[in-house]
Design a protein. Structure first.
Length: 244
């Protein structure tokens, strides 16, 4: 949020590129830690230290990235890097994923409000255009009535006459850095984060299911060994009685 960075789009793009690379490495490192802990099957997993990188990321840090994406303060490349940054952070842990999803939904609502105003403005301009040119439609209807009826009309006569319509509000919806473009981009991030969340929940369920199955199998094996030991003891007692 430093003024030097906020007023320089090139610096913002480079900073987003750097943060995106760091987030990618952090996500891979976290994934490796999870794989190592799963392979060791450690029951008592130690919590992450306080100085761990993922624990140092707070809401205000992600809020800055969200503000850049929703305000259009970066270029197209910066938008790509900012999107990748949030997606990678959402893969690190549940805390960052929930923070990212909450902030992106809030930003999405803000951009949606701006987009709604632009659409309403376009609608008003269309109504005004319709009020200004009602005579054209009336003249076209009269011309069509006076035309002789053709049993086999030409294909060219079936085409509906049209003209290009250019309204001031249309430029706000069609330009590259429009609210519509940012709305779709943020919506894409929200859907991607939601998919990551669903996959994480499913993976957690599968993990718990496998742990329960392994525990049940261990219990069955333990009971089987106990029954076998009891059976050997009873056989030895019978042998002692027969000797006596």
């Amino acid at each position: 949020d430093h003024p030097v960075i906020k007023n320089n789009q090139t610096l913002i793009d480079r900073l987003l590129r750097l943060l995106s690379s760091i987030a990618h490495a952090l996500a891979e490192q976290t994934s490796d830690k999870k794989d190592t802990s799963d392979s060791k099957k450690s029951k008592n997993v130690e919590p992450l230290p306080e100085d761990c990188p993922e624990n140092s990321i707070e809401t205000q840090h992600l809020q800055l990235v969200t503000n850049i994406l929703t305000a259009g303060a970066c270029s197209e490349e910066g938008l790509e890097d900012g999107t990748a940054l949030l997606l990678q952070l959402s893969k690190v842990n549940c805390r960052l994923r929930d923070m990212t999803l909450s902030l992106m939904l809030s930003g999405l609502q803000s951009v949606a409000a701006d987009l709604q105003q632009q659409i309403c403005q376009l609608l008003e301009e269309l109504k005004e255009e319709h009020r200004k040119n009602p005579q054209k439609k009336q003249k076209q209807k009269e011309v069509n009535k006076n035309k002789p009826l053709a049993l086999q009309p030409n294909k060219s006569s079936l085409k509906t006459p049209h003209r290009d319509l250019h309204l001031p509000a249309m430029s706000n919806l069609t330009k590259k850095n429009s609210s519509q473009a940012y709305f779709l981009r943020i919506l894409k991030v929200v859907i991607a984060v939601r998919d990551v969340t669903i996959k994480s929940i499913e993976a957690e369920k599968d993990k718990k299911k496998k742990e329960l199955e392994a525990k049940a199998k261990e219990e069955r094996e333990k009971r089987r060994k106990e029954r076998e030991e009891k059976g050997e003891e009873s056989d030895s007692d019978d042998e002692d009685e027969s000797k006596e």
